[in-house]
Design a protein around this ligand. Structure first.
Ligand code: C2E
Ligand code: CA
Ligand code: CA
Length: 720
């Protein structure tokens, strides 16, 4: 392409340069022709003018000749006749008659006396011309020559023949002498000379037969000359006129140089014009590349993005089917990334994502494709994996590398990530399935406590299928009213009175019977249904309180379990308050149970929500306390009323000395902070005794009552 372009430019250059030069050359030619034409015009008109003048002057010889013939050779009254002719004709110096070739009569004679008696036929210098006239029997111009009496002149000799009997015999000459100067004075040659012209008048010398210039301008002829014949009687003269060349408007070499320059300019212009599409194409390509990069690469980390990754993955799957090789797909997800983002800001979050990307990349081989799927999720396609064991080792290496301390905006962070691994082609052979597998494996890692890698296996798939089924059925259950709240009494140890009821959800499945919350609440949390369920629970609790008021039942507050997803709604407190208002119940009749893990996961948000809930008049408690990692300092700032010791501690107090210590410590600490303590899952007297002795305020457990439908509750018995 570039070669063709160059060629076109050169062709244009040479073409334009040649054309330009040729045009200049033609122009020069035209100009020269024009000059020649101009001179030619001058030569023609001047020659004609000489010719005319000469002819007129020489016509006098015919008159003279006639007179002689009329007088049959006698000469009478010559002077008067000659004088008459000279006056009427003009331009004649004198007229002569030379009978038998000897000049006998001249008019005017004064100053020409020397010529009388001059025998023309005997004079060597004159004879040739004289004889020419006689032989030709016609007027013949002689000269120009120096006259004996001085001056340069031409003489027209007309041979006169007279009749003697029936014969014509030569009588002599009737001649007219014309001074050259006089002849030329009738032309413009003088004035032309002053205008810079030069000229020559020449003739063929009758004796030598060679050209002879007999009159010329002072200045010599220039290079540009034009000649024109002057027909004189019985001979030809030549007038050559020349004019100095006026300055050329343009020298040829100048024209060539200019043409070359213009051609070069044109060639450059063409090169530019031809290059323009190329240049634009380059720009378009560059922009397209940028767009592609945007379309296929993650702007933040520079890793392959989801789109390109999926394309690659699809391609590799097909390739594997042909080559029989193995590969592995990993999903990686940062643990608790949201916390970093929320506490340190998005900039720090971005820095963290970049650093993690770099560390992952550094751990992998060139041939592996590392992708940022979005958010804090990454994916890796590992090529040529022989065994699952190798895969596991690499996953652990990534976990280890990411786990290393990293400094982001002057904060030292310890981040971890969870990995889900699925193998190709044994786990799946289509893209959708494969992605699902990796997702499930990742979910498994999270479920098992994060910071680890899990492999996909088919039981995970079974679980996933189960989850999906639950989700679908749960939607129907919500619509059909198959959910129900059970209540479990919470008893004050001091007086054994029921002081609160915990609302625990149940699902009355039409085929599978009563389904406990552990089976479907996590699914509901995952798919978002928990929000609908959560609202329903609050409404049910409110309706219960209202109903109790209406039927004058013993009135105790109801504790409800709030999921992290519900707390993520910034308007949660406001929305809840509206429900209270709608049922017209005192918010203090509802206690919000929020697990320690939920609070720890997003401390700041939890704090804000707890304050809002307390502001609207709700009571709040920390559920499942002891399973998280909250410190005393963190606990101190939480605006809560109570703390529920997790069932796992209570269960083991009989046998586990360590758990006993923990329970005692929690109770002491809570009391110091002014919180009441509830022990859940008390199933037997031993546990109750220990809890009691440790100073716990409230208990809840099968020992007193299982969670039951409201109508089956027997609080009155318990109170006694
Ligand atoms: P949780 O909030 O810790 O609820 C206490 C669980 O301990 C209840 O299980 C209860 O039946 C059980 N329990 C009480 N006393 C004993 C005992 O003496 N021995 C034993 N082994 N268990 C006892 P349940 O009803 O199966 O609820 C399980 C979990 O489901 C709850 O744990 C709570 O986290 C969640 N949940 C229940 N209802 C709701 C709800 O309405 N909303 C939300 N978000 N979660 C709920
Ligand atoms: Ca609870
Ligand atoms: Ca609990």
């Amino acid at each position: 392409m570039g070669y063709l372009r160059l060629l076109a430019c050169w062709i244009l250059f040479f073409g334009a340069a040649s054309l330009g030069s040729y045009l200049v050359y033609l122009y020069e030619q035209v100009w020269e022709r024009e000059q020649e034409y101009l001179i030619k015009g001058v030569a023609t008109s001047q020659a004609a003018s000489i010719e005319r003048r000469l002819a007129r002057s020489l016509s006098s010889t015919y008159l003279l000749k006639h007179e002689v013939r009329y007088n049959e050779g006698r000469v009478e009254g010559f002077d008067q006749f000659a004088e008459q002719i000279i006056r009427s004709t003009g331009g004649i110096s004198n007229l002569q008659l030379a009978p038998d070739g000897v000049i006998r009569y001249i008019y005017p004679l004064a100053g020409n006396e020397k010529a009388i008696g001059h025998d023309l036929l005997r004079d060597d210098k004159r004879r040739a011309e004289a004889m020419l006239a006689v032989d030709a029997r016609q007027l013949t111009l002689a000269g120009p020559f120096e006259l004996i009496q001085g001056g340069v002149a031409v003489i027209g000799r007309n041979p006169v023949f007279i009749n003697e009997g029936d014969q014509e015999v030569f009588w002599g000459f009737a001649s007219a002498l014309i001074y050259l100067e006089t002849l030329l004075s009738f032309t413009d040659l003088d004035s032309l000379e002053t205008r810079g012209y030069s000229y020559e008048i020449s003739r063929m010398h009758p004796d030598t037969g060679k050209p002879e210039t007999f009159h010329s301008s002072q200045k010599q002829l220039g290079p540009l000359t034009q000649s024109h014949d002057i027909n004189v009687p019985n001979s030809v003269w030549t007038l050559t006129v020349s004019r100095p060349l006026p300055e050329r408007p343009l020298e040829l070499w100048e024209g060539v140089v200019m043409s070359t320059l213009v051609a070069a300019l044109l060639a450059f212009l063409l090169a530019y014009i031809l290059k323009e599409p190329q240049r634009l194409k380059l720009i378009v390509a560059e922009k397209t590349k940028q767009l592609n990069d945007l379309a296929f690469y993650d702007v933040l980390t520079g890793l392959v993005n989801r789109r390109l990754f999926l394309q690659q993955l699809e391609y590799e799957i097909k390739l594997l089917q042909r080559t029989g090789k193995k590969a592995a797909l990993m999903y990686l997800d940062l643990d608790d990334f949201k916390k970093v983002n929320d506490t340190l800001g998005h900039n720090a979050g971005d820095q963290l994502l970049i650093e993690v990307a770099n560390r992952i990349k550094a751990t992998m081989r060139e041939s592996d494709i590392v992708c940022r799927l979005g958010g804090d999720e990454y994916a890796i396609l590992m090529m040529n994996v022989d065994r699952a064991k190798d895969c596991k080792a690499i996953a652990e290496k990534i976990i280890k590398n990411v786990r290393q301390e990293m400094v982001v905006e002057n904060h030292t962070l310890n981040v971890s990530l969870s990995i889900g691994i699925t193998l190709l082609p044994e786990d799946a052979t289509n893209l959708r399935e494969l992605l699902n597998n990796a997702d499930m494996a990742l979910y498994e890692s999270k479920k098992l406590g994060k910071n680890q890698a899990s492999f996909f296996n088919h039981s995970l798939q079974a679980q996933a299928v189960e989850r999906l089924r639950i989700e679908q059925e749960l939607k129907i259950a919500i619509e059909n009213g198959d959910l129900e709240l059970y209540y479990q009494p919470i008893i004050r140890l001091a007086n054994r009175q029921v002081v609160m009821l915990e609302a625990l959800i149940r699902w009355n499945h039409p085929e599978r019977g009563l389904i406990p919350p552990d089976k479907f609440i996590p699914v509901a949390e995952q798919c978002g249904l928990i929000l609908t369920i959560g609202d329903w629970v609050i409404e049910q609790a409110c309706a219960r309180v209202k109903r109790s008021l209406e039927i004058s039942d013993p009135l105790v507050p109801i504790a409800i379990n709030i999921s992290a997803k519900q707390l993520a709604n910034p308007n949660f407190a406001v929305d809840t308050k509206q429900i209270f208002n709608r049922y017209g119940i005192d918010p203090a009749m509802i206690e919000m149970e929020i697990t320690e893990t939920t609070i720890m996961e997003n401390m700041e948000e939890a704090l804000r929500q707890l304050r809002l809930l307390r502001n609207i008049g709700c009571r709040c408690s920390i559920d499942d306390f002891g399973t998280g990692y909250s410190s005393l300092a963190q606990l101190k700032q939480l605006p809560v009323d109570a703390l529920k010791i997790d069932r796992s501690f209570v269960r083991d107090v009989e046998h586990d000395h360590h758990d006993r210590q923990i329970v005692e410590a929690i109770i002491a600490m809570a009391h110091r902070l002014g919180l009441s303590v509830i022990a859940e899952g008390v199933e037997n007297q031993t546990q109750l005794d220990f809890i009691d002795s440790a100073g716990c305020d409230l208990v809840q457990g099968y020992l007193f009552s299982k969670p039951l439908p409201y109508s089956e509750l027997e609080f009155h018995e318990l109170i006694t």
